[in-house]
Design a protein around this ligand. Structure first.
Ligand code: ATP
Ligand code: FE2
Length: 328
């Protein structure tokens, strides 16, 4: 069975195809980059509408798959920016109708979990999901994925992007901060906000900008921000692992591309005798393949819906949707 997945929750428009073994047959993506500042939802949606026809063609060509060989069309239903989600859902409905194939809605956060899980080969890992809009520690229990801990304000990636833009840089800030941080040597104290299983970043943003105002250079600033923020994430992941008596952690989301974060989590998990895994970068960031794979799982568990019911859900939380393919 071949499933085509459409991703469009935020900056990235992407189309991916996978087979029964989660082999990625083809992916084509195009990221909206705002000329200055943060994302404007409608402009991003316009970008997606423009690029989707080409992305569908490119993904099919890369996969060497003809439309008649596709068994189902999956799409990101939420969470995300309304106009962006609408653009992707419209393309998915149109493809499902014109190819006469079932339409399968997918929760974007669950898709980050599932692609990391299948690639890891681990059966029931916990997930540290660190992206632009989301920061959650997730584990499966009784029918759905549960959020054990999360950010109380902004997502870690949005925090990094915002900081970088305030420092005069361009979106996306995370990878550029990572490069700067590699040159940093001095750790400056920043607010360390762990509240039980949760974290918060806005205080650190204010404090980091204040340090910059005092003349602390980008490398030391980036280094201090990375060490502090990723320590917070590592701490809540470790606490969740201890409570669950778990031994495996997978990483997902764009910020999981970060080598320091990967290393810190690996050290913590291996120190406890456990196993950790992070997908290759292209499958950590938003991509159509993870939507296709989760759509594959959902479809086999009876998760297709009529086009009339395929409304987008911009605020659909990870723990709102069932994961019947996981069993009970
Ligand atoms: P979601 O809807 O899941 O919140 P998203 O729209 O934020 O996803 P992703 O592609 O999952 O999209 O993540 C993008 C984020 O990842 C951006 O904030 C970007 O700065 C950050 N990022 C990407 N690479 C790195 C890196 N090497 N280090 C730190 N952050 C990174
Ligand atoms: Fe994402």
């Amino acid at each position: 069975m071949v499933v085509l997945g459409i991703e469009s929750t935020a900056h990235t428009a992407s189309v991916g195809l996978v087979d029964d073994t989660a082999k990625v047959l083809g992916v084509a993506s195009d990221m909206y980059r705002p000329p200055a500042g943060g994302i404007h939802p409608r402009e991003a949606a316009n970008h997606h509408v423009e690029v989707f026809p080409r992305l569908v063609e490119q993904a099919l060509a890369a996969a060497k798959v003809a439309p008649k060989e596709i068994d189902a069309v999956a799409f990101s239903q939420g969470p995300g920016l309304g106009p962006c989600l609408r653009a992707g859902a419209t393309v998915a409905r149109m493809l499902a109708l014109s190819w006469d194939r079932p339409l399968v809605p997918v929760n974007h956060c669950v898709a980050h979990v599932e692609i990391a899980r299948v690639l890891s080969g681990l059966d029931d890992p916990m997930l540290l999901y660190a992206s632009g809009g989301n920061t959650q520690v997730i584990a499966y229990a009784r029918g759905r994925y549960r959020v054990l801990g999360e950010t109380l304000d902004i997502g870690i990636g949005n925090f990094l992007d915002k900081l970088w833009i305030e420092l005069g840089g361009t979106f996306p800030g995370g990878p550029q901060l990572e490069a700067e941080a590699k040159r940093g040597t001095e750790l400056h104290p920043l607010p360390y906000s762990v509240h039980g299983m949760d974290v918060a970043f806005s205080g650190m943003l204010t404090a980091a900008l204040a340090l910059s105002g005092k003349g602390i250079g980008r490398p030391d600033l980036a280094y201090s921000v990375e060490v502090t923020a990723y320590s917070m994430l590592t701490e809540i992941t470790e606490r969740a692992l201890a409570h669950r008596r778990g031994s495996a952690v997978v990483l997902g989301g764009g910020v999981a591309c970060n080598e320091r974060l990967r290393g810190m989590v690996r050290e913590m998990v291996e120190g406890r005798g456990g196993t950790t895994f992070a997908p290759p970068r292209a499958l950590c960031v938003d991509n159509g393949a993870m939507i296709a794979w989760t759509g594959h799982l959902a479809y086999e568990a009876g998760g297709s819906i009529p086009v009339e019911e395929s409304v987008i859900a911009p605020r659909q939380r990870t723990d709102l949707v069932a994961a019947p393919w996981r069993g009970s």
